[in-house]
Design a binder for this molecule. Structure first.
Ligand code: MSP
Length: 673
């Protein structure tokens, strides 16, 4: 990290668990952090953004065991998936920390030793319930031993552990929230934290003896650190704690920890207490955002509703993904994700809105002024003074204030108001109708100057979110350097110089066909969710995507597939329940060209399966056919229709699906072994 005299700003995302590959929820926090980082840089800060992977703990240990590999091998794979994703999305964190990095161990030891020396760490016995999913002890499980957070079954444990004296910090924590009312945000979440800390605070077990996969406890090798103690400390390791004094002095404390609402307690209660115990400075702000929901449910593997960012980015572009995530959800609250809303916003706000304004303006300057920017004029008419008035310093400041308060949706809404001002100005002034009248050349020039200057300001304002589109507009306006190198605090009307040669006009956000694009995204989503199904039932539809998908990169493969075919044990194969069945009925899925709803008789039941074979079979040709289906795939919905299994098929040389069947007569429901 280079040394500069600028004020510093250090922000972090949570470091993500490596038990499963990244999805849209992880992407959301990282996109928010990247937007804040870009915004702060444009306000003159020396920004360090940290993200990374949380690699220890029981959850990862178990996931690795199930995959039949060592935890480190598993962690390497998934950590790499995260790195690759951020790269694909053009997000370049200044620091990607991994909790398995060698310099992390001394940092964790140092923090704990300081707390211990101050009398806040002691040995004791814990007996009770533990939730492996949330990696936390559950003092008051729900009936049936369920975890109150995630509703999964907890496990009963009895362990001798090292404890952290959390109970000693109640007063100091309450004083912190009181003296710095915006230390935890938003307000509603702060109230939850207050309620928790006001209740009796119990000491916290910070070591484990039941697992091996963790940072070893110093001088007591039966114990490893509790994964949250280790994970939170990574925010310090990332800026040189116990390793690089200069960097540490410069960047710590963090200015902002961004977290999802479910991990607020760890950040707003345990973390400041760990730091107070060790006499280390506290981070300056914790902001807990809401969740992306799908039909009002949280994403989860078992519900089969995981959404991934790659299909959106590869189909509509990175900027469209960022714009939607930040515009659609009010930061701090929950929001529902829908592909329909995504595509509606894309066409309305990006293609028809910003894209159309830019292309009209630049094309008219090319046509009427030989691609050279005309002079501004003197705004003699009220209408010509209007754009400049709407772009006044005070009005731009309102947008910056929204960014400053992390109100991204409102900031974008106000930027789009400015697009509306310019659109209206062009509609009212009709510059195209002045082109044939030489007496109007100066006025025509003035109108186009105003439109171009407005666009310049919009490109700079939108830069933290729309990194690529802003830069394209910047270049189309004939500007040197980068839109994101401009100062947001110095931004004002009048920056364009008359006589500047314009760049090439080009569509920034081409309009898309909603139905076709939605299907493409869905097929790509499906291939990521069920990588094995992709080569069978969904093959015909995937074969159709590359021509249309601009970024044409293959869908992210499952962790195993990235390192070549994985060898599996016979027990793994035995987990797949494949059965022989006969198709009883088949019909097209409404609104999806590639999908058929197929009813398959497997002896004791008739299974409904949605299969991507509509381009290979007419529904009536399938009826009566003997097929092989996988019966124990997690159910999922395709175009709103529930699918309970997968029809096994190969892809023929012509790209059409060929059904797998059995050579002899066997009763329906016979299992394949
Ligand atoms: N490893 C811990 C964090 C340790 S930080 C010292 C962890 N990891 S996680 O992989 O489960 O990531 C959780 C984070 O991912 C959430 O806090 C949030 O930032 C993001 N999201 C995961 N699902 C999400 C949604 N459905 N919606 C929005 N963000 C969500 O917890």
């Amino acid at each position: 990290m280079p040394t500069t005299t600028k004020p510093k700003y250090y922000l972090t995302t949570p470091i993500y668990y490596v038990n499963a590959r990244p999805h849209l929820g992880h992407t959301y926090t990282t996109v928010v952090a990247d937007t804040i980082a870009r915004y702060k840089r444009m306000c003159g800060y020396d920004v360090v953004m940290l993200t990374g992977t949380d690699e220890h703990g029981q959850k990862v240990e178990r996931a690795a065991k199930e995959a039949g590999v060592k935890p480190q091998v598993y962690a390497d794979r998934i950590s790499n998936e995260y790195r690759k994703l951020w790269q694909e999305l053009d997000i370049h964190p200044d620091r990607f920390i991994r909790t398995t990095e060698p310099q992390h161990v001394p940092a964790v030891h140092r923090l704990m030793r300081q707390a211990k020396a101050n009398g806040y760490v002691y040995k004791g016995v814990y007996e009770g319930n533990y939730c492996v999913y949330d990696e936390m002890y559950v003092d008051e499980p729900l009936p049936g031993g369920l975890c109150p957070e995630c509703k999964r079954v907890t496990e009963h444990v009895r362990e001798e552990n090292y404890y952290f004296k959390l109970s000693a910090f109640q007063d100091r924590l309450l004083k912190l929230y009181e003296e710095q009312p915006d230390w935890v945000q938003p307000e509603s979440r702060r109230n939850e934290v207050l309620a928790f800390v006001r209740g009796p605070l119990r000491d916290l077990s910070v070591s484990r003896t039941t697992i091996k996969w963790g940072v070893p406890w110093p001088d007591d090798d039966k114990h490893v650190f509790y994964v949250w103690y280790d994970a939170l400390t990574s925010y310090m390791t990332g800026v040189g704690y116990g390793d690089d004094e200069l960097q540490w002095e410069k960047y710590w404390p963090a200015d902002l920890h961004l977290v999802g609402k479910e991990i607020l307690r760890f950040h707003a209660v345990y973390w400041p207490a760990f730091l107070m115990a060790a006499n280390e400075p506290l981070p300056k702000k914790i902001f807990a955002h809401g969740w992306w929901l799908f039909a009002d449910e949280k994403m989860s593997k078992s519900r089969g509703n995981m959404q991934y960012p790659q299909p959106i980015a590869r189909t509509l572009g990175i900027d469209a993904l960022r714009y939607f995530l930040l515009r659609e959800m009010v930061f701090g609250q929950d929001g529902n994700f829908s592909r329909d809303a995504l595509l509606t916003r894309y066409n309305a706000d990006l293609a028809n809105g910003l894209g159309n304004l830019a292309s009209r303006t630049v094309t008219m300057i090319a046509k009427y002024f030989e691609a050279t920017l005309p002079p501004p004029g003197n705004a003699a008419a009220t209408a010509d003074a209007e754009p400049q008035a709407s772009f006044s310093k005070e009005k731009l400041q309102v947008i910056l204030d929204h960014y400053e308060k992390f109100q991204f949706s409102q900031a974008l809404e106000r930027i789009w108001d400015l697009i509306g001002v310019l659109d209206k100005y062009l509609v009212v002034q009709k510059p195209w109708s002045l082109a044939d009248d030489e007496a109007q050349t100066a006025h025509l020039g003035e109108i186009l100057y105003n439109a171009a200057e407005g666009l310049r300001v919009i490109a700079v304002l939108a830069s933290p979110v729309l990194q690529h589109a802003s830069q394209t507009i910047w270049q189309q306006l004939g500007q040197r350097g980068s839109s994101s190198d401009q100062s947001l605090t110095d931004l004002k009307w009048g920056g364009l110089r008359a006589g500047t040669p314009m760049g090439e006009p080009a569509a920034i956000f081409p309009r898309v066909d909603k139905k076709e694009t939605s299907e493409r995204i869905e097929t790509m989503e499906d291939e990521i969710r069920n990588p094995n199904a992709a080569t069978a039932a969904a093959a015909p539809s995937s074969a159709a995507t590359p021509a249309a998908a601009p970024a044409a990169a293959p869908a992210t493969a499952a962790p195993a597939a990235t390192t070549g075919p994985l060898k599996i044990a016979i027990e793994d194969f035995a987990k797949v329940d494949m059965r022989v069945g006969v198709v009883k009925a088949a019909e097209k899925v409404q609104g999806a060209d590639k999908l058929l709803k197929v009813m398959v008789d497997i002896g004791d039941e008739v299974r409904q399966i949605v299969s991507g074979i509509a381009e290979s079979f007419a529904p009536e040709d399938l009826v009566g056919k003997t097929v092989v289906i996988v019966t124990n795939l997690a159910p999922r919905k395709l175009r709103g229709v529930e699918s309970n299994g997968m029809i096994v098929a190969a892809t023929g040389p012509d790209g059409k699906a060929v059904l797998v069947t059995v050579a002899g007569d066997v009763p329906n429901g016979t299992r394949l072994k």
